[in-house]
Design a protein around this ligand. Structure first.
Ligand code: ASP
Length: 329
């Protein structure tokens, strides 16, 4: 595997491989000395153009626990604030010869775009707009593996802002590959057009979707991606219709668990008593997030990795143009 852009690119076998490899790293993270030499000599740059607590920290910890050198850059402190283009930032970082560039960006497709210009750097998508968030789905699958050996045949009910959620989209893609079902629950204003093409069941009534669910997966409203103010009437009404509270949890089967990718908005999509209940796997997801990112970094940096950047695509093109014009290099 050269890059990780999304669940869409992965086969069932690759997903299972990464989740199983992640399982082996959970144990390492629980030891008092949390260090393995696997990625010694490797450099990882985390480049985050959107806010993040869990994903950024877990990529950093994952790299450090595997002995890689890890650098974190956030948009607010990078030269993009001085007008540098994304491509120039990418090429600049690639010229420092990292093995892996982990990128979060508000624009869908950013990772694929940069990969075209940085041929020798592995790129990991840590969330691109409303498009994909592959490591969150691997995290969730590893979390569920601790309860069920396989997600096959299970029903994951995803509730909330489906329209703007990269997590929901990546789950819909994973479900088709791994054989679990997804129910999506949202008002029409928070559902993308033609959502049925993903093969999911669509509900507007949360109560109706609860019986038969194995997981109630709650989403935050992605207000940073909402272009109109009419996606939901008010927080209070949204909470009434789509918030997970004790009454709704009691309607679910006794083995049904609660998940949330974080960050949670308590009192909006979930009440505190549910978030902190024994049926909540939200902090298990956080723990598994580190292990899964260790697995992804290992898969990308492990055997067969090409040598890092020697020269950028832009420079090669400029040199080819000069050669074509008969100019000396
Ligand atoms: N952390 C997840 C993401 O980055 C979910 C969220 O932000 O609501 O997509």
């Amino acid at each position: 595997m050269k890059h990780l852009f999304g669940i869409a690119q992965l086969s069932r076998e690759q997903i299972e491989y990464l989740v199983n490899l992640g399982a082996s790293f959970v144990e390492l993270s629980r030891r008092s000395v949390k260090k393995a030499p696997t990625l010694r000599g490797k450099t990882i740059i985390n480049l985050f153009f959107e806010n993040s607590t869990r994903t950024r920290t877990s990529f950093e910890l994952a790299g450090k626990r595997l002995s890689a050198d890890v650098i974190n850059i956030s948009a607010s402190t990078s030269a993009t604030k001085k007008g540098e283009s994304l491509l120039d930032t990418g090429e600049t970082l690639a010229a420092m010869q990292p093995h892996v560039l982990v990128i979060r960006h508000a624009i869908a497709g950013t990772c694929e775009f940069l990969a075209d210009y940085l041929p020798d750097t592995s790129i990991v998508n840590a969330g691109d707009g409303a498009h994909e968030h592959p490591t969150q789905i691997l995290t969730d699958l590893l979390t569920l593996k601790q309860t069920w050996d396989s997600p096959q045949g299970k029903v994951i009910t995803i509730v909330g802002d489906i329209a703007h959620s990269r997590v929901a989209r990546s789950h819909l893609l994973a479900a088709q590959k791994l054989g679990y079902s997804v129910r999506v629950v949202a008002p029409k204003t928070l559902l993308p057009l033609a959502i049925e093409r993903f093969g999911c069941e669509v509900y507007h009534d949360f109560d109706a979707a609860i019986p038969g669910s194995d997981v109630l997966y709650m989403l935050r409203m992605q207000t940073e991606r909402m272009t109109s103010s009419c996606c939901f009437p008010s927080i209070r009404e949204y909470h009434e219709a789509y918030g997970l509270n004790r009454r709704r949890l009691d309607m679910a089967g006794k083995d049904c668990v609660v998940m949330h990718p974080g960050p949670m908005n308590r009192g909006v999509e979930i009440t505190s008593d549910v978030a902190d209940s024994a049926r909540s796997h939200i902090l298990d997801q956080v723990e598994c997030g580190v292990a899964v990112r260790m697995a992804v970094l290992t898969a990308l940096c492990g055997g067969g990795q090409t040598e890092p950047v020697r020269r950028s695509r832009k420079r090669e093109q400029a040199e080819a143009a000069m050669k074509a014009q008969g100019k000396l290099l």
